[in-house]
Every structure is written in C-alpha cells, then in structure tokens.
Design a protein around this ligand. Structure first.
Ligand code: ADP
Ligand code: MG
Length: 316
C-alpha cells in the first residue's frame, strides 16, 4: 500500500479488501448457508468471522503504528532537553505531523530564549542603574565627608576623628565593592582577567579561604556578551562557594579547550547536595545558553563542587 495514503483511506482500503475477500470466499467456495443455519455452517461462519477480525486488527494496527510511534516521541519531547526534536520519517502519514511538531518546538524554544534574554538584559540594566546611583550618590557624599574629615583632622588632630575617618573610609570601600559587583566596570575598563581578580578579592579578601587563579595567557579576545556571561557565572559560582561550601581552597581557572573557552570554579567544601537547584544555578544555565554555551555543576570526586562553563568561541 502506498505509504502516503491518508490514514482514513488506509483503514477504508484494509476493510474494503477484507470485505471483498470474505464475499469472494462465500461466492466462490462450495460453502452454503441455509435459512436455518445448521451447526456445521455456524462453525464455518464463526471461523470466517474470527479470521476477518484478526486480519483486520493486525492490518489496522500496523497502519496506525507510525501514529503510535509519534505519540511516544511527543510524550518524551515534552520532558526532553530544549534542543531535542522528534524524528521525521522519510515518508508516511506522520511525516507532516512530525515536521509541524518540530516547527512548533523550535518556536517555543525561540520564545523561551528571547524571554530569558530579555529578563537578563533587564536585570543587567537595572543593576547598572543601581550601581550608578550608589557611585554617584552615596559614594560621592561619603567622599565629600572624607575630605571634610581630612581637613578637620589636619587643623585639629584627634584620635576619635581618625576613628570616624576610618569608619567612613570602610563604608566607602563597601559601597564601591557593591557597585563593582552590580556593574563590572572593571570588565569594560581593564578586561576579564582583572575583573575576575577583583571578584575573588572582593569575595575572599576577608576570609581564610585560599584562592588560586589560573588564567591561561594568550586567550582570544572574547565578544562582550561572552565576557559578561563568564564574569556573571564566575560571580555566582564563587558566591556559592563563599555562602554554601565552607571550603578551605577555591580554584578559578579560565582557558581554551579546543574551540571552547572554559571557566572552572572548583572548591574543596562539603559538596553540592543532591538535586540542588535555585535561582543562582538556573541563572547560570540561562546565561550560558544565551551565548550558545553550557554549564555543568556537580559534586567532585573526593569532595567539593566543580562548576564548569564552556562557550564556543572563534579561534584566535
Ligand atoms: N559550591 C557549593 N558547595 C556546596 N553547595 C552548593 C554550592 N553551590 C551551590 N550549592 C547548593 O545549591 C543550592 C542552590 O544554589 P543556587 O541556585 O545558587 O541558590 P542559592 O545560592 O540562592 O541558595 C544552594 O542552596 C546550596 O545548597
Ligand atoms: Mg547562589
């Protein structure tokens, strides 16, 4: 049977052929049916009926098998990874349905990517605005107070004035550090390497966690959006180490693996709990996906956690 017949036509053809076969057997065989069927005739009729029912169910089930296969694929597509698609058969009734389903999945993925990108862009611009306000508002006022205090202590030196000055200076540092976390100025001004260094200093400067940084020399110039993703992922991974890991050592490395840039944040803390999931991990995944990369956060053999980001980049 031609495989591109519509499903209803197939079923009609199968039934028609079976009816024709039954009729032909009745017409051509010596079998007869009396108006009051005797036992032997009833047996022949029942066997004939059973043969037709079995043949019908086998043939119809075979005709519907592609549909059944597609149903299975659709069920698993609903829970599959975003890039997953249903298999498109070379021909047959389910081909147009499979193609349409894949188009739909593509459109859903596009819409999800666009909305994640919009959410992250809105977040970046809001952070940037707050950073600006902190820098230009509180930061400037504290700087002005600090200058006043300096003049005061020059004209009338006193230990308590020095203590006040130290306090104001510490607050100013804190405001600058928060502004830097909100908007990685250094990223634009000094590049990724310095931004990552500032990040580890901000997060672990006052703790006993030992930080090791290994940034491969001669890395290719990365597009600004990839740099921002690397920075934000490093920021979240390091913040997680500071908040959850209770690690004694954290290692940050950035290098090329083949044609991909790889960021790894490894700690020797107590390890990621099973099934851990939060806005931080989700955010890292979404950011990675925006630049065609992926992130893997897992328990490390021998204790601790490793977060690895890979993003494909053009060769240097
Ligand atoms: N480096 C790590 N070491 C141990 N546990 C971690 C680490 N990173 C993440 N986790 C666990 O994973 C959970 C989810 O992390 P995340 O999505 O960043 O959310 P949040 O940091 O807001 O709790 C955390 O609550 C924590 O239990
Ligand atoms: Mg977190």
């Amino acid at each position: 049977m031609a495989s591109d017949l519509s499903l209803s036509t197939r079923v009609i053809v199968i039934n028609g052929l079976l009816f024709a076969a039954g009729t032909a057997v009745l017409a051509l065989s010596p079998a007869t049916v009396s108006s009051q069927p005797v036992l032997s005739e009833s047996v022949v009729l029942l066997v004939g009926l059973a043969v037709m029912i079995v043949a019908n169910s086998v043939l119809v089930r075979r005709a519907l098998r592609p549909l059944e296969r597609l149903r299975h694929q659709l069920t698993s597509a609903a829970s599959a990874a975003p890039e997953e698609r249903v298999a498109v058969p070379a021909s047959g009734v389910t081909r147009p349905v499979s193609v349409a389903v894949n188009d739909l999945l593509e459109r859903i993925d596009d819409a999800q990517r666009a909305s994640a990108a919009a959410a992250l862009a809105a977040q970046e611009s809001e952070r940037s605005r707050i950073a600006q306000e902190l820098h230009d508002g509180v930061g400037q006022s504290l700087t002005a107070v600090l200058l006043e205090l300096k003049l005061l202590s020059e004209s009338a030196p006193s230990p308590s004035l020095d203590r006040v000055r130290d306090g104001v200076r510490a607050s100013l540092d804190e405001v600058r550090s928060v502004a830097r976390t909100l908007r990685p100025h250094v990223l634009e001004d000094l590049g990724l390497r310095s931004a990552l260094a500032a990040l580890t200093q901000d997060l672990f400067g006052s703790t006993r966690t030992h930080v090791r940084r290994g940034i491969m020399p001669g890395l290719p110039d990365l597009p600004a959006d990839v740099e921002l993703v690397v920075f934000r992922v490093a920021q979240e991974a390091l913040t997680n180490v500071a908040r959850h890991a209770e690690a004694t050592t954290v290692e940050l490395s950035l290098g090329m693996v083949g044609r991909e840039i790889e960021l790894r944040v490894t700690d020797d803390g107590h390890g990621l709990p099973r099934g851990a999931e939060g806005t931080g991990l989700r955010g890292m995944r979404e950011r990675a996906a925006l630049v065609g990369g992926r992130i893997d956060v897992a328990r490390r053999d021998g204790g601790g956690t490793v977060a690895a980001l890979r993003v494909p980049v053009a060769a240097p």
